[in-house]
Design a protein around this ligand. Structure first.
Ligand code: FAD
Length: 459
């Protein structure tokens, strides 16, 4: 029977960071990837990573600290996330940012994104990130990646330790032994209708965007061995996608975080637009016919960021997904909302913003508590029909800060680790942009460090 020290299930960011770390620590590693290529949801992502105190922030004159980042994570998570997991993120985030750079991952721009008190969204091109980690893996003779090799079941030995993985390769069932640990890094279940129906029926109308292999296999394998689940009640979609978006063409724009507003088919606002786009998504799905529009003016349009996955409004225009007109009346006509109501919505919003007291929903910032909104008054005016997409399922198996999977009594399941989107307990009731890719890189590495350390301590 084949034998490795570590077996990693899944080649997204969590699995690849783990494979490089374990390989550099000298372990023999087998990474099983279900698909014929690496990347999962990681390569579909917008590539924002949440770090604090970086050189990029310093250059942009932004003062930040790990404490402020941890505070935002806990606050936006509704204080129901596991503090010990947030603390570990805080402790390891800056070192992880530097480790990624040291492994060829290029950070490009810095943006203000959802849930942060200061601009903290460090963008990568996720393809470039995965490819540079893959290049490093190819230099490590002790790391093997096997494609088209879905893991199917985990097996315990007589002492109750997970030490084997059953998987398929070239149509055959195979078994591999993992002497020091199995790391589940198989992502979430955004592509499993079965699990979404079971846990998030309220998101039935949401688009589905995510890695094709992300069907909750890892969760199911861990359940069989008693893994506990966290954060299921908080499963949410993400607001801001055009209804035509899909995994290949993800037309998305978050003009509301640059100063746009959101109205429903009645021409009325229904929420404070600076809130997390997950909360916006929940509210948007409850509007009449599930339809809503982002509305903005030329002042906001001029804040567009070319080539940015969230703020490139000119791209949406080139794709002919925006209505652009010279008056609010024409805009109301285009999107078929009552002209008088839309006019009054904008007048009342503008007067609140100008007086510094927008009382209807209490908006006083652009995103979270960062930035000042401006009135919607400078032609041309724009409207972008927007809906909700299920991208990432931030609910999953319970883990401790070492990445060990926990049972319902919060005890580690011997030999079993998990990292990345397959884990729960980190985001709690709300998601802070960039913290998912961040947690993949941080916990992928910590989990394998623990698996290798534990064994050497025993010896
Ligand atoms: C459109 C979009 C935009 C996003 N933007 C951001 C963002 O800007 N910032 C952020 O932080 N997060 C973002 N996210 C979320 C983030 O991308 C994911 O949460 C993260 O990439 C998950 O990484 P992962 O390594 O855990 O899983 P993945 O990257 O999904 O990788 C999991 C891998 O495991 C494989 N796999 C599955 N089952 C098995 C099995 N049985 N055996 C072997 N392999 C298996 C899959 O094929 C896949 O390759 C976004 C997600 C999407 C879809």
């Amino acid at each position: 029977m084949e034998s490795y020290e570590l077996v990693i299930l899944g080649g997204g960011l969590a699995g690849m960071c783990a494979a490089v770390e374990a390989g550099e620590l000298g372990a023999s590693v087998l990474l099983l990837e279900k698909q014929d290529e690496l990347g999962g949801s990681t390569v579909l992502s917008s590539g924002y990573m949440a770090f604090a105190g970086t050189e990029m922030q310093e250059k942009a004159g932004i003062e930040d600290s790990k404490e402020s980042l941890m505070y935002d994570l806990i606050e936006v998570g509704g204080k129901v996330n596991k503090k010990e997991l947030i603390k570990t993120y805080g402790q390891h985030q800056l070192e992880t940012y530097k480790w990624l750079i040291g492994h060829g991952v290029e950070f490009r721009t810095l943006q203000a994104v959802s849930g942060h008190s200061v601009p903290r969204g460090h963008t990568i091109d996720p393809h470039q990130g995965i490819q540079s980690l893959y290049r490093r893996v190819k230099e490590l003779p002790n790391v093997t990646i096997r494609f088209n090799a879905p893991a199917k079941r985990l097996v315990k030995n007589n002492e109750g330790r997970i030490d084997r993985v059953l998987y398929e390769s070239e149509g055959e069932s195979q078994t591999v032994t993992a002497t020091k640990g199995v790391l589940i890094a198989s992502g979430g279940f955004a592509k499993s209708e079965e699990l979404l129906k079971l846990f998030a029926p309220q998101l039935d109308a949401a688009l589905r965007i995510g890695g094709e292999g992300n069907q909750g296999d890892g969760i199911q394998m861990a359940w069989e061995h008693g893994a506990w689940m966290l954060d299921l009640p908080y499963l949410s979609g993400t607001y801001g996608f055009h209804p035509s978006a899909n995994s290949a063409v993800k037309s998305q724009g978050l003009a509301f975080y640059k100063g746009g507003i959101i109205v429903n088919q009645l021409g009325k606002r229904f929420i404070k637009e600076s809130l997390s786009y997950k909360l916006l998504g929940n509210a948007a799905l409850m509007q009449p016919e599930g339809i809503s529009y982002q509305i903005w003016d030329q002042t906001v349009m001029e804040k567009a960021v070319a080539d940015d996955p969230l703020y490139d409004f000119e791209l949406l225009k080139r794709r002919r997904l925006l209505y652009q007109v010279d008056t609010i009346e024409e805009l109301a006509d285009c999107i078929d909302v009552p002209i008088g109501v839309l006019g009054e919505t904008i007048r009342s919003y503008n007067s609140g913003i100008q007086s510094g007291a927008e009382t209807e929903f209490g908006r006083n910032s652009l995103t979270h508590n960062y930035g000042k909104p401006t009135p919607i008054e400078k032609a041309p005016f724009y409207a972008f029909e927007s809906t909700v997409a299920m991208l990432a399922t931030y609910a999953g198996v319970a883990v401790n800060p070492e990445g060990q999977v926990l049972n319902s009594y919060e005890e580690p399941i011997p030999g079993l680790y998990a990292a990345g989107e397959v884990t729960g307990g980190f985001h709690g009731a709300g998601y802070v942009t960039g913290s998912s890719l961040g947690k993949c890189a941080i916990y992928g590495r910590l989990a394998v460090q623990d698996a290798l350390k534990k064994e050497s301590e025993i010896l």
